[in-house]
Design a protein around this ligand. Structure first.
Ligand SMILES: Nc1ncnc2c1ncn2[C@@H]1O[C@H](COP(=O)(O)OP(=O)(O)OP(=O)(O)O)[C@@H](O)[C@H]1O
Ligand SMILES: [Mg+2]
Length: 510
C-alpha cells in the first residue's frame, strides 16, 4: 500500500457509457506525485475516455475522484484546470491560422493596463519562455500552420505546461514524432518529473513505455486489468494483459506466389525531393520502403499517386506507360493510397462508419446512377469485420470511435476499391498490437490475391518482418535494395538510410 500523501490522484469505480457502448466499467486509477504513469490498452479500451473524465470533458456516470486525498468533482474543463490538471489530446487542438503565442494563451491573454486590451508584448515574451522550456527556438509570432507536425506537438506541450499543471496527461504524444524528437520530449518529461509534476503517458509503443514510465496501468474493454511498477513486468506481460491472450509472432507474411510486374517506375523525379527513382513492384509482392523521416518516401508515393506532378521520368502499369496527373486518375488505373496523415485526409467525422467506408467505392455500387443500399451496407459490414473495427453499429458517427479505430476506417475505405496496387504510408501508426496483427494478416491476404503492395514504414521490425523486398531511401534517392529481408538486420537498414558507417542522427524507429 502506498501512504496516502504519495497519492496525487485517485479515481474510484468510474463508469461511463455512450449510446451502445460502456466505455468504462468500475475503473480504479491512481497516480502518485512526481511519477510518469503509462496508460495502455488496445484501440477502444477506454484510455482517452478515462482521461476525458479526469479533465472534465466527459463527466462520469458514477464514481469518485480524489485529489490530494480530498473528494472533488470535475464537471468541466475549467474545474480540471483549477486543480492543476492539463491534457494534451490525441488530435492536435492548435488553431493553424493563429500564431504560437495566441494559441498558447488563447482565452487567458494577459491584460494591458487599459481595460479590454491585451498586453501583446508580455504575451509573446511569456510564450517565448514556454517554448524555450520544451526546446523550441521559434518566434512565437510564427503561425502554427507553418510548423511541421512534430513541432506542433511540442507547442501543445508548451501550452499545457504554461497552465502550471501538477498533472499532465499526454494522449499519444509521440505517434507523429521522429526518434530524435521523442528523445527531446522524454528529456522534458524527466525534468518535469524532477520538479514534482506527475505525468500520464498514453502510447501504443511499448518500447517507449518501458523507457520512460515508472508504473503502468492496463485497460481492456473498458475495465482495469491491473497496475504495477514497470520494473515488475516484461513487454510480453503487458501485451498479454492488453489483449487477454497470447499473441503469436505477428509479422509472418504467408508466402504468396509472386507474379508479373504490375508497377514500374523509371527515373521518376519531382524537383529535388524525389530524384531519379526506379523500381518495379510485382503482383503479390510487399515492397517495403525504409528511410529516415524526410528521405522522400511520402513524396515518392504522392508523386506516383498523382498528388503532385512529376518533373521527370515515367510510370508503367502492367507494362504500359500511363499518365497520372491526379489521384482520381491513379484510382481509375487501379491504385489505392492510405496516407500517413489519415485524419487530415478527409474522414467525414459527423457521418457514419458505413458511409465513410463505402464513400470511394460508391461509384461501383450504383446501378444506372442509383446506389444499391444493401450492397453498400454489406460492403461496409464486411470491412468492419475484416479489420475488426470496434463500433457498436455501422451507423455510429466516426467521431465517436477511438483514434485507432478511426484509422482502420480510412484503411478500409481504400480496400473497398480492390486496388491492384496499394500504397500504405505508415500503416500501423497509432494502432495497437492486436490490430497490427490484423493489418499484417490483411496485407498478407491481399498479396495472396495478387495485389502489389508498397509499404512505407519507419518501424524497422515491421519493414523487416512484413516485406518481401526492401528499398532504402535517402535524400530523395534509392540508396539500397535488400532482397532477403529475413537475412537482414535493423543495422543494415539504418546504415544505408543514414549514409556513412556510423549512422548519424537517425530518425528511424528501431
Ligand atoms: N463520444 C463518444 N460517443 C460514443 N462512443 C464513444 C465516444 N467516445 C468514445 N466512445 C467509445 O468508447 C470506447 C472507448 O474509446 P476510447 O477513445 O476511450 O479508446 P482508446 O483506448 O483511447 O483507444 P485508441 O487507442 O484507439 O485511441 C470506444 O468503443 C469508443 O468507440
Ligand atoms: Mg485514444
Amino acid at each position: 500500500m502506498t501512504s496516502d500523501n504519495q497519492v496525487l490522484l485517485r479515481m474510484d469505480k468510474i463508469n461511463k457509457s455512450f449510446p451502445g457502448v460502456q466505455a468504462l466499467k468500475d475503473v480504479d486509477f491512481e497516480v502518485r506525485r512526481g511519477e510518469i504513469h503509462a496508460l495502455v490498452g488496445e484501440n477502444g479500451a477506454g484510455k482517452t475516455t478515462l482521461m476525458r473524465v479526469l479533465s472534465g470533458a466527459a463527466p462520469p456516470d458514477s464514481g469518485s475522484i480524489y485529489w490530494n486525498g480530498e473528494p472533488v468533482s470535475i464537471p468541466d474543463p475549467a474545474a480540471a484546470q483549477a486543480l492543476g490538471i492539463s491534457m494534451i489530446y490525441q488530435e492536435l487542438t492548435l488553431i493553424p491560422y493563429l500564431d504560437l503565442g495566441q494559441n498558447i494563451y488563447l482565452g487567458r491573454e494577459p491584460a494591458a493596463k487599459a481595460p479590454n486590451f491585451i498586453d501583446w508584448q508580455r504575451l509573446y515574451r511569456m510564450a517565448q519562455e514556454q517554448l524555450a522550456r520544451v526546446g523550441l527556438e521559434v518566434d512565437p509570432r510564427t503561425l502554427v500552420a507553418e510548423l511541421p507536425i512534430a513541432q506542433r506537438q511540442m507547442v501543445e506541450v508548451a501550452k499545457a505546461l504554461s497552465l502550471d499543471a501538477s498533472l499532465l496527461v499526454m494522449d499519444e504524444p509521440t505517434s507523429a514524432l521522429t526518434e530524435h524528437e521523442v528523445e527531446t520530449l522524454f528529456e522534458r518529461m524527466r525534468e518535469l518529473k524532477a520538479q514534482g509534476v506527475s505525468i500520464v503517458f498514453i502510447s501504443h509503443r511499448l518500447e517507449e513505455v518501458f523507457r520512460i514510465a515508472d508504473r503502468v496501468t492496463v485497460l481492456r474493454d473498458g475495465q482495469l486489468v491491473g497496475s504495477a511498477p514497470i520494473s515488475d513486468l516484461t513487454e510480453d506481460d503487458v501485451v498479454r494483459m492488453m489483449v487477454g491472450r497470447e499473441l503469436k509472432s505477428y509479422h509472418a507474411k504467408e508466402v504468396a506466389p509472386i507474379g508479373d510486374e504490375v508497377l514500374r517506375v523509371e527515373d521518376l523525379s519531382r524537383g529535388d525531393v524525389v530524384r531519379g527513382v526506379s523500381f518495379s513492384l510485382r503482383k503479390g509482392e510487399i515492397l517495403g520502403v525504409a528511410g529516415l523521416v524526410g528521405a522522400g518516401r511520402t513524396e515518392l508515393s504522392e508523386t506516383i499517386f498523382g498528388v503532385h506532378p512529376a518533373t521527370g521520368g515515367r510510370i508503367l502499369i502492367d507494362g504500359r506507360p500511363v499518365e497520372i496527373h491526379s489521384p482520381a486518375q491513379a484510382i481509375e488505373l487501379g491504385m489505392g493510397f492510405v496516407p500517413e496523415d489519415r485524419k487530415a485526409q478527409g474522414l467525414f467525422l459527423r457521418l457514419s462508419v458505413a458511409f465513410n467506408i463505402v464513400t470511394v467505392a460508391l461509384k461501383s455500387l450504383t446501378t444506372l446512377g442509383l446506389i444499391r443500399p444493401n450492397a453498400a451496407r454489406n460492403l461496409a459490414r464486411t470491412f468492419v469485420e475484416r479489420l475488426a473495427i470496434r463500433t457498436p453499429s455501422l451507423e455510429q458517427r466516426v467521431r465517436n470511435l477511438s483514434g485507432g479505430n478511426q484509422q482502420k476506417v480510412v484503411i478500409a475505405r481504400w480496400l473497398t476499391l480492390e486496388p491492384k496496387i496499394l500504397i500504405l504510408d505508415e500503416p500501423t501508426r497509432g494502432i495497437d498490437v492486436g490490430a497490427k496483427a490484423e493489418i499484417y494478416a490483411l496485407m498478407s491476404d491481399l498479396a495472396k490475391r495478387g495485389v502489389g503492395i508498397l509499404m512505407i514504414s519507419s518501424e524497422l521490425p515491421e519493414v523487416l518482418g512484413v516485406s518481401d523486398r526492401i528499398l532504402v531511401m535517402r535524400e530523395g534517392r534509392i540508396v539500397a535494395e535488400i532482397n532477403d529481408p529475413r537475412g537482414a538486420t535493423q543495422d543494415d537498414i539504418m546504415r544505408a538510410a543514414a549514409g556513412g558507417a556510423n549512422g548519424g542522427g537517425s530518425a528511424i524507429q528501431a
